[in-house]
Design a protein around this ligand. Sequence first.
Ligand code: GLV
Ligand code: MN
Ligand code: MN
Length: 411
Amino acid sequence: MRNLKVDGDRLWASLMEMARIGATPKGGNCRLALSDLDAEGRRLFIRWCEEAGCTVTVDRVGNIFARRPGRNPDLPPVMTGSHLDTQPTGGRFDGVYGVLAGLEVVRTLNDLGYETEAPIEVAVWTNEEGARFSPAMMGSGVFAGIFGVDETLAKPDNFGPATFGEELRRIGFAGEAPVGGRPVKAYFEAHIEQGPILEDEGKTIGVVTAAQGQRWYEITVTGQESHAGTTPMRKRQDALVAAARMVEAVNRIGHAHPPDAVATVGALQVSPNSRNTIPGRVFFTVDFRHPVDATLSIMDEELKRECRGIAEAARVTVDITDFWYFPPTPFEKRLVDSVRSAAKAQGLPHRDIISGAGHDAVYLARVAPTAMVFVPCKGGISHNEIEDAKKEDLEAGCAVLLNAILAEANA
Ligand code: GLV
Ligand code: MN
Ligand code: MN
């Protein structure tokens, strides 16, 4: 059987049911990693997978694997999945689509009584977003051997006093399975594009050839706290004024490498954050991305040079930590070709595309042949409660995922 379809209504209904967990007033979701709501979403997913006849395993960092057996139990699984955690003001589709598209693949195969050669596993990776615990793509990173288990369990909560390990235990998802270290025949991840290209060009499927590289930094500027009413302007060592100039420099660096560079300061903390005390300390984060590693390196040098110059002129000190890095990641040609063929066979308008976002697929690509399927989202908006996608596009992407998975699972 080739060129199979999936049940778009069932996929949509599951997405909407998951979206009720952590629903926000503007129609989005807040299901932060390892929160009670994340646990509720995980339990719903597990219930659905068990009802679909899958065996569920949870590893030591909370990654979930739902396995549909194949004819040949000795073959490594073809894996698909994504994440259920969201940004603080996240949408209903980022990550969730890849997980529930995987479940829809399993349900469709069950409906057809279709036995694949290799087993199929649907994965939920812990803390993909990197919002509550940083960096991002943590569960898949441990699976791929990029991060250690213990260092990950010790990661602090960006919004509170707990650690990743404490919260994982508290919500009941500290599993026993070892993390990674087992073969994966192929990994596919379906995701909304999170940018405007597919929608602008009227394409239904993005054949993802690569993901751009990222560099994350943590920067602390230290000046001197003093009285807002009595400290003359010429005597100030204002950490916030210096940080503001650095934020502006980050934006300038983003603009200086068009058309592909992007540069963001997304989090900033001012200390002591009192309106009549000159700020003595500012902490902020920087997120740089580019599809070419050499350009990312130039941006890195520019950031450090600019920040040091600004600090010196403002008579403050600056401490720059290289917090996280991954290079631009090409996906496996054979699998990418298979995604393109599946889109063609379904008669779907498609184009090759580079992922602007980070995905668990980036780390899976270190340990298994990997590819991704993108579908459009409304206005290219994501990491926003108003994130939206069309049922027909989600269904089409899921059908492409199914057929690409089958090509590998039966090869
Ligand atoms: C993940 O959501 C990212 O920041 O790309
Ligand atoms: Mn995502
Ligand atoms: Mn995201």
